[in-house]
Design a protein around this ligand. Sequence first.
Ligand code: SF4
Length: 434
Amino acid sequence: MVNDSTDGITNGIGMGKVGGHGRGNGGVLPILSTVAPRTHEPTNNGSVGAQRQVEQPVYVPMPVSERPFSADIIKWMDVLDNTTLLELGGRADALRAAKHPQGDVSYIVDRNINYTNLCITDCRFCAFYRRPKDPEAYVLSYEEIGLKIDAAKAVGGVQILMQGGHNPYLPLDWYTGLLRYIKEHHPIHVHGFSASEIEMMTKVSKLPLDEVLRQLQQAGLDSVPGAGAEVLVDGVRDFIAPKKIDSARWLEIHEAIHEAGMHSTATMMYGVGETWEDRLEHMLKLRDVQERSLKRGAGHFTAFITWSFQPSLTEMQQWDIKLGTAMDYLTMTALSRLVLDNFENVQVSYVTQGPKLAQIALRFGANDFGSLMIEENVVSATGIDFIMPEHEIRRIIEESGFRPVRRYQDYTLCEDAPEGCPCCSGTRSLLVSV
Ligand code: SF4
């Protein structure tokens, strides 16, 4: 997985002494003995990849003529070549205003819970994961997750974003048991498990995708974050994450999630050596899935979120690639609003871009400030840490000329909840220290 920053990751496996989270798997996970007891404190060591010198592979982009949606890619490349950033931003801002004429900018109060950092996928861009025998590998127990949910609800949290590494030691009933435990003891909206984590569940359980989704949904999964997309072009994926699912499978899983009646989000992490044609191909593939999902009328993508790759403490930190700039971020935000015209919401990622750039992006097509993250562990694993209290988020939104509004995962507003928002009585301000 990792990170949908707003849609992000955290730490550990409650393993070592398995005791605490035995529900749903007969109480014993034999593999746990291969993992050292977790440490809950984040460290600054980075991933194992960051600690070794690996020769940078070569990425050769595909000619446009051989890509899907080639005519649209050429059309949008022409727009990029012949439009200034301010003109592009103006067009995106006009489309944002047409879709959201009330002048609101929304955000959600939630908590990222990263139930495990144990992962066998070795993404070269990831600072968060730990290999199975790493002493810092962890799995949180159900009870630890429950306590985190209670703490989030106590300060108005209306959702948990739950993501983890690709942990081959967790059977499917560990996940379904966790969801049932949450719904029974700590009820809250669960926005959880990236497409690539779900793929790992299909491999471990040897069950087809639709059955895994059915079991997760029945156990209490409400919606799915768009993590693990990175760049949905296989040449780029081979360059940065060769062991991860390919772009077709990522898209297939999200379409199946929608078909099952759940919403999901879509993301892109750019600045990993890809081209503008790659970025456009990614967006056009998302647009295509969204078109079918909207026609079907079940679930769909609720939002698109993009952010630039943060190389610190990753295997790619020494690579010679063109990292994203502020100009790139504003262009990407505006471009996504225009290309993804069948998406209602475009989120900024202040966690990776910083509050000032995120504020400007609100005038480049974005209408959502993402999440007041009560806990965040994935982006912060790279040394980037822009987490802010709620009053600061509201001030930033107001000073951009918008009205800040708290929302739920499906973008309904807290203030519109029929019997008043169960967590905050409307827009009651929170003072959350993180
Ligand atoms: S290595 Fe890849 S799959 Fe594993 S946690 Fe990091 S981003 Fe997710």
